[in-house]
Design a protein around this ligand. Structure first.
Ligand SMILES: *Cc1c(COP(=O)(O)O)cnc(C)c1O
Length: 379
């Protein structure tokens, strides 16, 4: 049986469909004019100088790590609790992911833990804007600047989020976004990196296109067929169909963010009355993207609650297992339990409740009622 209320879901309307169909009738299916237009729309919204669109959020992470020159022997600090792709991208470049712990109140990378993990081999830090809440970039910049290293952001959850008046996409040296269907806007699959650094932006354009030094527009201008591949890149290009969808979805983002915030506030208020459930802390001066609505369930009760809610066809989820506890990380890379005690402890307690733009306040009430019933008589 399908889940009646999934934890996340895309929203598409006729204008999205028409935008994609228009591209199918045009001359350019890929590397056409809509790629640059989508990049400009995102760069302008987040307040970054440049944006480079790629084929997925994972490709965006890989591309930004290649741009800053992460390679063999380099360590990159990542939070223990994130989607595996954050750390996998470091491995793609032959680097070593170093897992730092999180703050149990918000599941965001702890600056103190990052400071503990710094070594002479540390090349970069990737902060994750967990659930849509921007990390503490001010504290992280203090560390990164003191060591002369790059601060990168995995903002795959957080398009439209902000902290201290600055939008995600302009809070770190480079920021990766994802446009997977559960994310704030979708292109089916897709991703983007934003930055203020022109040199890094052009390096990323080359990396997404096999490492070839010029693109077809530049060759057209120079009236030449000649091109040279100057580094080993990838085919991480995004299509014009995807960018048309992204542009169309960008127009709806402000309304969707407002809707997510309203639903989250409704959850916050109703959950005040529910024992054994604690929503994550939201910091002052934060505009939360609310990709996810995550709560902590009292010690030892999470698995039973998860099961009861799934039986009531409420699409609860858990985001995420500490990355280094995945079998690949333990068996092939030698990581083991005990590395990040806070992450390991909080992983047993967290539960993601459904939150997406297709939901109504009534749906939130239904989820909270189900949560209350599931917990009844458990403690
Ligand atoms: C979704 C996600 C990614 C990967 O994005 P894809 O577009 O699915 O490749 C990376 N990091 C985080 C935190 C994500 O949520």
């Amino acid at each position: 049986m399908g889940i009646k209320l999934p934890y996340g879901k895309q929203q598409l309307d006729e204008s999205d469909i028409e935008a994609v169909v228009d591209v199918l009738r045009s001359d350019w299916l890929t590397t056409g004019p809509l790629v640059a237009r989508f990049e400009e729309a995102v760069a302008e919204m987040v307040g970054a100088g440049y944006a480079v669109a790629v084929s997925s959020g994972t490709a965006a992470l890989h591309t930004m790590l290649a741009a800053v020159g992460v390679g063999s022997g380099d360590e990159v600090i990542v939070p223990a609790i994130t989607f595996a792709a954050t750390a996998n991208a470091v491995l793609y470049q032959g680097g070593t992911p170093v897992f730092a712990d999180i703050d149990e109140r918000d599941l965001i990378l702890s600056p103190e833990s990052v400071r503990d993990r710094m070594t002479p081999a540390t090349k970069a830090i990737i902060a994750v804007d967990y659930a849509g809440q921007p990390a503490d970039y001010r504290a992280l910049y203090d560390i990164a600047n003191a060591h002369g290293i790059q601060l990168l952001a995995d903002a795959c959850h957080a398009l439209g989020g902000a902290r201290g008046g600055q939008k995600c996409g302009a809070l770190a040296d480079l920021t990766a976004f994802s446009f997977h269907p559960v994310k704030p806007i979708t292109t089916g699959e897709g991703g983007m990196v934003t930055t203020d650094d022109a040199v890094l932006a052009s390096r990323m354009r080359r990396f997404r296109n096999h490492g070839i030094a010029t693109d077809h527009v530049e060759r057209e201008k120079d009236r030449t067929w000649f091109y040279e591949m100057v580094e080993l890149g990838h085919n991480y290009r995004i299509t014009d169909m995807q960018c048309a969808l992204g542009l169309s979805q960008m127009k709806k983002l402000p309304v969707w963010l407002a809707k997510r915030r309203t639903l989250a506030t409704h959850y916050d208020r109703l959950l005040e009355e529910v024992k054994n459930v604690t929503p994550l802390k939201v910091h002052d001066h934060v505009e939360h993207g609310y990709h996810l609505y995550v709560v902590r369930i009292a010690r030892g009760l999470r698995n039973a609650v998860f099961k009861a809610m799934r039986e009531s066809v409420i699409g609860v989820h858990v985001h995420y297992i500490p990355v280094y506890l995945h079998p690949y990380y333990q068996q092939h890379l030698g990581f083991s339990k005990g590395l990040c005690p806070v992450a390991e402890r909080v992983y047993d307690d967290i539960l993601t409740l459904p939150l997406h733009t297709g939901m109504t306040p009534g749906d939130v009430e239904r989820v909270v009622e189900c949560l209350r019933c599931s917990l009844d008589g458990m403690d």
